[in-house]
Ligand binder design. Sequence first.
Ligand SMILES: [Zn+2]
Length: 430
Amino acid sequence: MFFKLQILYFWLKTKLAYPLRSREAIARWQARRLAVFAKKVLKKSVFYARYWAGKGFDWVAGVPVISKTEFMKNFDDINTQHITYAEALAVALNAEETRDFKSEIKGVTIGLSTGTSGKRGIFLVDARERALWVALVMHRVIKPRLFKKQKVAFFLRANSNLYASVNSALFEFRYFDIFKPLPALLEGMDTFKPAILASPPSILVDIATAQRNKQINIQPTQIISFAEVLHESDRQFIEATFQLKMAEVYQCTEGFLGATCTHGTMHLNEDFVKIEPEWIDNERFYPIITDFSRHSQPVVKYRLNDILQIKKAPCACGSALLAIEKIVGRDDDVLIFGGIKIYPDLISRRIAQSTDAFSQYAIVQTTENTLEIGIESPTEIFEDLKQIFIAVLDKLLQEFGVQSITYSFENQVLHIAGDKIRKIKRLIKN
Ligand SMILES: [Zn+2]
């Protein structure tokens, strides 16, 4: 396995080092890759084969933009492995329940995601795609060190064969199941002493807190955040605790979409994913993705619910890959009051400007006019923090012309094991 990875790694290193130094070069590269992808992969998909005309696809007018719901509805016809949704779901649910992690059909790993919307998704990944993913993450994010095997602690929602394949001469991977109670996870990691820590940011905050409280003592040289939006205040807290700059991987079940460069800018992986923006205003967009590295379950013109904000100034690293100022948040992170939308980054920025005395907080919109706010802090400063939050929110809501909002406060942030914890979220449908 290592041999195979090594080949892939060096192959990719050469391939990806190919200078995509201009937008034109990226467009040419994508056009070539898309043509190969259409011929080799999409023609094998019952769903997509019907859009094949003559020598290729009409990418602009022919192939439809697809949502997660439609993607799942057409699961059987979209995938190229002749796996049905019913059998994949049965295998995935069984693996989740028994936690034996053998969720495979015909050598294809079945992944189950609840996603941010809470809707169930089934994803297929085969061995080749796994190796590619590993090579890409290694290439893009992890800095290998020669002559020293590095320990990597990976915090995941559930294990899968995806990650079991990574152990090699360069890395020793240990997987931590975030469904397990936090004290046990912390203890295990403290014994393991990872050099590289890869985890969703909500767990990284817990780890940093434990380090500050001297419950654990680790000295990671690299910290990678993935799977959730990394908020600026969390980044600062984690970076200050461990005295390093974090790397961020923008990855969702649908694919590996981007990573931060050495200058800390998030660049989208346009060398293997075509990203078409569906603009919200002149800065923000919903990405529509076509991943031409996938072949077991083609992800084509798939509309994500993430909101990305484009970076206007070019990045000093010289890459022409689209640079993102930030991932603003998921659709359901946007608070909506009588049709007026308030974006989560605005709220978290205002709060960050006013105070950082909390260890964490969560703002949840539970009805059209109710916000439930949890703040984790020492009890003696909770009342002060509460007043600061009220002042920030009152001012912001007033600016947007939103009135009569009721707040309720708690001196804690409720954790639901394994849930994607987000600072700001909306639990009602408008
Ligand atoms: Zn850059």
